[in-house]
Ligand binder design. Structure first.
Ligand code: SF4
Length: 375
């Protein structure tokens, strides 16, 4: 039986972290300042993920899904930068926040994390937090799995060494104890002969096995939230189904929340409790899976759902792709960013002002003028 570390249920402030959401984004904004202009890759995203919940973030390529995920853990490469908003997570206990090693004064003194006036009790803002707090959250409280494991696994270290290192970064275990735990994890994610495979290099494993090893590494510290960025896109359909099934069973066992980034609505339908639809860096619709798939409101969501093959389609029938192309990031349309592709476009209105987010009585949110009157 896999031994999971005893999780600390206290926040730094002494509150009960089980009562807090695992993530709350408030107006998150990520920009790329380039010679030709400024690209708003993430443009004011609000989102909350509860304990044990699975949300799927969907949309076409370039709509800001992955950049939202990377911004949460402050993994945005230059020239990108987080330009505004907050990323609230339950504050890690003091025992998990390591003081930085000071070498000849090269490192800045650790400053207190600024507390904003609207800071939720027991939560900390990763956008303004110092590195020790971010390191205590990254990998331990929030782990991430990427589409292509070879980009995140080191090619020159065995998978065992990499998992052992990840475990020992956050847990006070000896090398041998961490190795035993890595073997258990590799077995748990379905890698046959984990005692031997632990000494394999990533290139010696198939794509599916590498993804399983990546998941084992992500789970090594019993995270509260697993962010999976297109975790099955590079895999064949059989392996894809196995990995999704594995994620579901691990979620039941570990009780973690999952934020699944995917362009595949079939994957979202299979996994999610709630679906978030993004377009050009903004959330345009968000709701419970059944309600959103059965009664999509935003014209973009409707178009996405029409573009997916359905059971019972007649042979030779054509799919109905979303009309037009995602606009160039420098050429963002005015008003509703979807207006030049929308079948319901209202001239003189849709291109004039950006519609606000509207929430109905069931918590279903949509950003479209068609629902302003209904509201
Ligand atoms: Fe279409 Fe107008 Fe709604 Fe935008 S606001 S999705 S253009 S109807």
């Amino acid at each position: 039986m896999l031994q999971t570390p005893t999780s600390d249920h206290q926040t730094a402030g002494g509150g009960d972290r089980d009562e807090l959401p695992v993530l709350r984004l408030a107006g998150l904004k990520t920009q790329f300042v380039l010679e030709d202009g400024v690209v708003d890759a993430v443009d004011g995203v609000d989102l909350e993920i509860g304990r044990g919940e699975t949300i799927a973030v969907v949309g076409e390529s370039g709509c800001g899904k992955s950049m939202t995920a990377r911004s949460i853990l402050r993994l945005v490469d230059r020239p990108g930068k987080i330009a505004g908003g907050q990323v609230w997570v339950p504050a890690p206990p003091d025992s998990e926040v390591r003081e930085p090693r000071r070498r000849r004064g090269l490192l800045r003194r650790k400053k207190d994390v600024p507390v904003l006036p609207d800071a939720p009790d027991g939560m900390v803002d990763l956008v303004t937090a110092e590195q020790p707090t971010i390191q205590a959250v990254r990998g331990k409280r929030i782990a991430m799995v990427f589409q292509e494991p070879m980009t995140s696994l080191s090619a020159v270290h065995t998978i065992g060494n990499q998992i052992v290192e990840a475990i020992r970064l956050h847990e006070p275990l000896t090398k041998e104890e961490a190795r035993q735990r890595a073997i258990e994890l590799l077995g748990r994610v379905g890698i046959p002969g984990p005692e031997k495979r632990i000494d394999s290099y990533p290139f010696e494993l198939s794509g599916g096995m590498r993804q399983r090893a990546m998941i084992a590494m992500a789970l090594s510290c019993d995270p509260e939230l697993l962010i999976a960025d297109e975790p099955t896109t590079a895999l064949d359909v059989t392996t894809q189904a196995q990995i999704l099934e594995l994620l579901k069973s691990l979620q039941r066992e570990f009780g973690m929340a999952i934020m699944l980034i995917t362009h595949d609505l079939g994957v979202a339908a299979q996994m999610a409790d709630r679906v978030v639809v993004m377009y050009l860096g903004k959330v345009v619709e968000c709701g419970e899976l059944r309600s959103l798939f059965a009664h999509p409101k935003h014209p973009y969501t409707r178009a996405l759902l029409r573009s997916v093959p359905a059971l019972g389609m007649r042979r030779g029938a054509r799919l109905d792709p979303v009309r037009g192309m995602v606009p160039h990031p420098y050429d963002r349309p005015t008003g509703c960013a979807f207006h030049d592709r929308c079948d319901y476009f209202i001239p003189g209105r849709c291109e004039v002002a950006e519609p606000p987010m509207i929430t109905d009585d069931d918590g279903h949110q949509v950003r479209c003028v068609l629902f302003e009157e209904e509201n």
